[in-house]
Structures are given as structure tokens and as C-alpha cells.
Design a protein around this ligand. Structure first.
Ligand code: NOJ
Ligand code: CA
Length: 532
């Protein structure tokens, strides 16, 4: 296998930027494109291959950009189209790709298409959204729920019908069965491809089409009171519908008209269903996002099994991918603790497949407690206390200056109290920091194709250890990760365990010779270059 035969999005590492929180260029307290531009050198230094920007399009910001009112513009809060073109140019000049977030499932309720659609039942755009009469006895047409709480149906008194919204009521779902909708949305994708965008992360893509017969969703027998209210029903008639696949194939054909563009899909489904999004009869997504590491308990046996099952279920030619954090889920360092977050980083960056790093995880940012008066995310209100996503969206911590160097204004969300010590500047030159660990792992991945495109083989391990081999030609690496907080010994009868430590999550034992067995310290991961 040679690195040349793999495309950039197979070899590379993606870095997710939540633009509101990355860097503020004009001191209004909200991150923006000029801010990102000013930090491109940092991203290049870190060694990532692509940036994915959460939505930057014009938006009333009911869901902070995931409610788009114009698919082919830039919201003034983030900057101008000139700023965007400059960002693409300057990222490309540094060898980095730029991915946008395409919110395909729904628009803003302020999008001109929806304003037109809701203006009258006779509107030529009425069918661009999902309108239904009330149930015979009154009330919503069926029991479908919004992922953000309450019924998915919103009454429109003016025209006497309900419209469907999988998320907020300010985010009406498009009717993707309508060919005019398909055309308009594909034109928007084309607009950005023509501007040099290297691909899209497709938002909520498993929601794209709803049941044509509008059947009720069945109750979820496994519902627990601690789950969000949305999970009271199994969303079998509102998500993962078969008609999604031809639409994705159409998007893929468009992407394939261009050179090496990538389509990534946000999909929260069991892995057996997830893998169908690579394509059934035709190619669909390059990377259906694999969120298993985000969702599973941090348990070595379970995670090793998950990796092996995922590898086994991948269709032939399908490229794997892994995610540890995003703007909707608690931070990894809070979930597993700071020490294990290093082990998690080594796992993410040594598994086979494309990793996505969430901004701030490289310095070990944690969930930030948000005082009630500072809450921004509407989901905290619509789904209930504790479901909001502000804690994982706080400003990037650049240095120890006020507001961590993110802004000289009033930040839109509070900073983590740990920023005076947990920041990029403090960690940059610290040979033992988690930032240095990221940088070393990224450099190693780049230098050693075995770690990016090489084969993966699971090795027997017990208790809190995970072990696997990555191999490309003559180059062989053994990765052993200690998910526990105690010293552990690893011995393996299946391979000749001779070589030397290439990297430890402690960043202190490189070059140490290994012969037959290996001791791991608490919360330690190691990469061994095998010679035997
Ligand atoms: C998934 C996005 O990641 C999330 O942030 C957003 O609120 C919903 N889709 C709705 O667009
Ligand atoms: Ca700003």
C-alpha cells in the first residue's frame, strides 16, 4: 500500500472549528473569519490537514448558524465573502483544505423560501417544506417529536396548517422529495465547490427524508427518564428513511465532478445502519461520521470490540473515520479525565481512518459551567436543563491575557476558569503538554504512512488494555493503551515484541528498548516501533 494511492482526506486529519468561539478579529466578542485567518499559522504548526467550519452563512442565529437564511452568503458577524475567499486561499497556500458545514435538512424560518412557503397554501414554494393538516380531532398530525423537545409540528395560524421541524421551530425541514428543492440545494453546494471549498460536513443528514405516509413513531421500550424527551419514541419514521440514499448519491455525483472533494455526513445511527451511508447501489458519502468513541462508556474491552466490529462491517473500499469530540457533546477531557484524554488522543490518532479533532481538545479544554444568566444554547430551554451545549463551545484559550486572548471585548460565552494555565501559549513549548502530544502524534502520522493508511490488526489484550498493530510495508507499529489508573504489564504471544518506544503519552521514554514484555504506567499509551 502506498501513501500516494490514498487521497488527502484518507491520509489527513480534520480539525473542527466552531467559528463563534475560535478567535475574534474585531472585538465584538464573537469569533469570525479574520480571527481564523490570524490563527492559520497555529493550525499549520499543529499539523492538521483540513479545517471544517461550523456554519458561517447568514443566519438569525436561533441555533447559532444551524438555521441558515441564505446558503450562498457569509453572515456579517463572521465577516465578508472577501474574508472567506482569503481564508480558502491562505489555507490552501499552507497545504490545508477547507470544509464547510452544509445544513441540508432544514433552513431558518427567516429564509426567503420559507417566508414564501408560509405566505399561502397556494404559494409555489408551499411544497418546499412539510405542511400537514391538523389531526381529525385537532392537534398535530401525528406523534413525531423534535430532537430539541416537544412536538415536531408547529401550527401556522395564518394558513391553518402545521409545518414539520426536526429541531427548533425556527428550523423548518425542507421537503427533499421535491425536485426543485433538490436543485436549489445542489446549486448552493456547487456555488461553494466553484469557490474552492474542498468538501462538506452534511448536517443532520440521516433526518433528510421523512415517511411518506406520516406514520406514528413507536414508543421506545428502553427509554430512561435521564434520556432527552426525544428518545421516548423510536424515530424510525422520521430518520434513516430509504429515500435518503438516492439523494446522497446525487450529491456525490456532484462532488465527483470536481477534484478530490469530500462529503462527510453527520449520522447518529447504530454502526450496521451507519455503514449503509457509504452507498448502497451507488457511492454516497466518503465518510459517514463514526461517533462511537463519543457515545460509548470509556471501557477498554468494549472499545476494542467496537473498533473490531466497525472494521469488520465496513463495506469493501469504504474508508473509516473516528471522532472524539464535537460542538454537541461533552468534552473528552471532562468525560474521561485529563490523564485518559491523552490516551484517547493516542487512540484517535493511531486508529485506521480519518480522525477529526475538535478545537480546544488539543490543549485539554474541559466543559465549562455556564451560570444561568450566561446560557446561550436554546436547547437548554427547549429540551431541558443539562441538555444545552454551551459547556463544550466556550472560547478557545490562546494565552493568559484577559479572555485568554480570544477577544478584547465581552466574550459571547464565559471563558473556562482554567485558562490562565491551560492555554496554547503555556503549552507550546512544554515538552510534556497535551498540545505537544498532539503535535508529536500528528507529525508521526505524517512521517509514517503505517499510522495513517497502514493496515490495522487487533491484538489480544485483557482488562484495561487495548493493543493493535499498524503496518505498511516494512514499517510496523504496536500500539498499547492503558485505560486504567494502575500499572499494567502487556505481553503478547502473537507477535515478536521487540523494538523501541517511539512515543509515550507521558512524552518521556522515547528510544527505550522493548523486549518480550512491556510495562505501562497508569493512564499511559505507547507506540512501539517493532523490529522483530
Ligand atoms: C446537528 C448540529 O451538529 C447541531 O449543532 C445542530 O443544532 C443540529 N444539527 C440542527 O442543525
Ligand atoms: Ca468578531
Amino acid at each position: 500500500m502506498s501513501a500516494e494511492r490514498h487521497l488527502w482526506w484518507q491520509r489527513g486529519v480534520i480539525y473542527q472549528i466552531y467559528p463563534r468561539s475560535f478567535m475574534d478579529g474585531n472585538d465584538d466578542g464573537i469569533g469570525d473569519l479574520p480571527g481564523i485567518l490570524s490563527r492559520l499559522d497555529y493550525l499549520e504548526w499543529l499539523g492538521v490537514d483540513a479545517i471544517w467550519l461550523s456554519p458561517i452563512f447568514p443566519s438569525p442565529m436561533a441555533d447559532f448558524g444551524y438555521d441558515v437564511s441564505d446558503y450562498v452568503g457569509i453572515d456579517p458577524v463572521f465577516g465578508t465573502m472577501e474574508d472567506f475567499d482569503r481564508l480558502v486561499r491562505e489555507a490552501h497556500a499552507r497545504g490545508m483544505r477547507v470544509l464547510l458545514d452544509f445544513v441540508a435538512n432544514h433552513t431558518s424560518d427567516q429564509h426567503p423560501w420559507f417566508l414564501e412557503s408560509r405566505s399561502s397554501r397556494q404559494s409555489p414554494k408551499r411544497d418546499w417544506y412539510i405542511w400537514r393538516d391538523a389531526a381529525p380531532g385537532g392537534g398535530p398530525p401525528n406523534n413525531w417529536l423534535s430532537a430539541f423537545g416537544g412536538s415536531a409540528w408547529e401550527w401556522d395560524a395564518e394558513t391553518g396548517q402545521y409545518y414539520f421541524h426536526a429541531f427548533l421551530k425556527e428550523q423548518p425541514d425542507l421537503n427533499w422529495r421535491n425536485p426543485d428543492v433538490q436543485r436549489a440545494m445542489l446549486d448552493a453546494m456547487r456555488f461553494w465547490f466553484d469557490r474552492g471549498v474542498d468538501g462538506f460536513r452534511l448536517d443532520a443528514i440521516w433526518h433528510l427524508i421523512k415517511d411518506g405516509q406520516f406514520r406514528d413513531n413507536p414508543p421506545n421500550p428502553d427509554y430512561k427518564p435521564t434520556d432527552s424527551p426525544y428518545h421516548r419514541l423510536l424515530p424510525v419514521f422520521t430518520t434513516d428513511r430509504p429515500e435518503i440514499h438516492p439523494v446522497l448519491a446525487m450529491m456525490r455525483r456532484l462532488a465527483d465532478e470536481y477534484d478530490e472533494r469530500v462529503l462527510i455526513g453527520e449520522i447518529y445511527l447504530p454502526v450496521e445502519r451507519l455503514v449503509t451511508y457509504y452507498g448502497l447501489s451507488e457511492p454516497e458519502l466518503h465518510l459517514p461520521y463514526n461517533f462511537q468513541l463519543l457515545l460509548l462508556p470509556w471501557d477498554a474491552r468494549r472499545i476494542q470490540a467496537t473498533i473490531d466490529v466497525y472494521e469488520a462491517l465496513l463495506p469493501s473500499g469504504a474508508w473509516p473515520n473516528w471522532v472524539l469530540g464535537n460542538h454537541d457533546r461533552p468534552r473528552i477531557a471532562s468525560r474521561v479525565g485529563r490523564a485518559q484524554a491523552r490516551v484517547a488522543t493516542m487512540l484517535l490518532l493511531t486508529l485506521r481512518g480519518t480522525p477529526t479533532i475538535y478545537y480546544g481538545d488539543e490543549i485539554g479544554m474541559v466543559n465549562v459551567e455556564i451560570p444561568p444568566e450566561a446560557i446561550q444554547d436554546p436547547v437548554e430551554r427547549t429540551a431541558g436543563r443539562g441538555f444545552g451545549r454551551d459547556p463544550e463551545r466556550t472560547p478557545m484559550q490562546w494565552d493568559s491575557a484577559p479572555n485568554a486572548g480570544f477577544t478584547r471585548g465581552q466574550p459571547w460565552l464565559p471563558l473556562s476558569p482554567d485558562y490562565p494555565t491551560c492555554n496554547v501559549e503555556a503549552q507550546r513549548d512544554d515538552p510534556r503538554s497535551i498540545l505537544t502530544l498532539h503535535r508529536r502524534l500528528l507529525a508521526l502520522r505524517r512521517a509514517e504512512p503505517a499510522l495513517s493508511i497502514g493496515s490495522y490488526r487487533s491484538l489480544p489484550a485483557e482488562g484495561e488494555l487495548i493493543a493493535y498493530l499498524r503496518e505498511d510495508g516494512e514499517r510496523r507499529f504496536l500500539i498499547v493503551l492503558n485505560f486504567g489508573h494502575w500499572v499494567r504489564r502487556y505481553a503478547c504471544g502473537q507477535i515478536d515484541l521487540r523494538g523501541s518506544v517511539v512515543l509515550s503519552t507521558y512524552l518521556d521514554r522515547e528510544g527505550e528498548m522493548v523486549d518480550r514484555d512491556l510495562l505501562l504506567r497508569p493512564d499511559e499509551g505507547v507506540i512501539i516501533g517493532l523490529t522483530g
